[in-house]
Design a protein around this ligand. Structure first.
Ligand SMILES: Nc1ncnc2c1ncn2[C@@H]1O[C@H](COP(=O)(O)OP(=O)(O)OP(=O)(O)O)[C@@H](O)[C@H]1O
Length: 265
């Protein structure tokens, strides 16, 4: 796949790498990745467990420092942003993860969880925090009056994941990274969340990086698919093309093992 340096590009990585350990224990979790995310598109990053997807996601989020390479967001090199500049970056790039329980305190009410997003908002807009919470909950199909006082155990898995999406949306990010965000959900709820991500793209023009081990879900949702294997992107292109005419043997092996979307695992 040739590099795309068109005006539609929101994020790109250049030779991005992350190595853990040394000598014989060395693991090249991310090994020279050139990833391109276009504005207003869903790109799926697909690979089996251990292929390096989460490490790449953490590098993009600036939660880890790369061993080599660059991350360019909106034309700006963000590879080494820290402190206030990193907090600014997090307004533009938000993430939801597999287990919404893990990210937040078990006994914390939804309102307190959503309030943590306000800390990242510019102070002049914090006044309207409650409205921002209600609007974000409405955008994910939840009612503020019913939801704000609830604790995680009073919500279903799908509702919890939608609360985490609402939290991310409050910051109106330009890029949303969804890392196995639908993996633990029941099949019907999973389709609801996948459709919600599609709506965010279609109605808000949001750019989404959808990280998954499941090529079936990737095909359902994504405009483009990048296949990751042993720290490298081994194949990428329009979703139709990658699925219909896979070039790499690893992609073909993933295809042979596509779980049906309506199955729960
Ligand atoms: N902090 C770390 N220290 C050492 N090795 C690590 C660390 N984080 C990840 N690795 C290794 O890097 C490789 C890629 O891991 P990573 O979690 O990114 O893969 P993944 O595709 O996201 O898999 P999963 O879906 O199971 O999380 C694995 O071999 C893993 O053991």
């Amino acid at each position: 796949m040739p590099a795309e340096h068109d005006g539609n590009e929101l994020l790109r990585t250049e030779g991005l790498a992350k190595t853990f350990g040394r000598g014989k224990d060395e693991v090249r979790a991310v090994d020279g990745v050139d990833l391109h995310l276009r504005r207003g598109e869903v790109t799926a990053l697909v690979g089996q467990s251990g292929s390096g997807k989460s490490t790449l996601g953490r590098l993009l989020l600036r939660l880890a420092d790369p061993t080599a390479g660059r991350v360019v967001f909106g034309g700006r090199d963000v590879t080494a942003v820290r402190g206030a500049a990193r907090r600014d970056y997090w307004r533009e790039v938000q993430a939801v993860f597999q287990d919404p329980f893990a990210a937040f305190h078990q006994y914390r009410r939804v309102e307190a969880t959503l309030a943590t997003a306000l800390q990242l908002m510019p102070s002049e807009t914090r006044e309207s925090g409650r409205e921002a919470m209600a609007a974000a909950l409405a955008a994910v199909g939840l009612d503020a009056a019913e939801t704000l006082a609830k604790r995680p155990h009073e919500l279903s898995g799908g509702q919890r994941q939608r609360v985490m999406l609402a939290r991310a949306l409050m910051l109106r990010p330009r890029l949303l990274i969804a890392d196995e965000a639908t993996s633990l959900l029941d099949a019907s709820v999973r389709v609801t969340v996948l459709n919600l991500l599609a709506d965010l793209r279609d109605e808000r023009g949001m750019t989404v990086l959808f990280v998954t081990h499941d090529l079936g879900q990737a095909y359902y949702l994504a405009d483009r698919i990048a296949v990751m294997h042993r720290g490298r992107i081994v194949e990428s292109g329009p979703a139709e093309q990658v699925v219909a005419e896979p070039e790499h043997p690893y992609t073909r092996s993933l295809l042979a093992d596509v779980p049906k979307l309506h199955r729960s695992s």
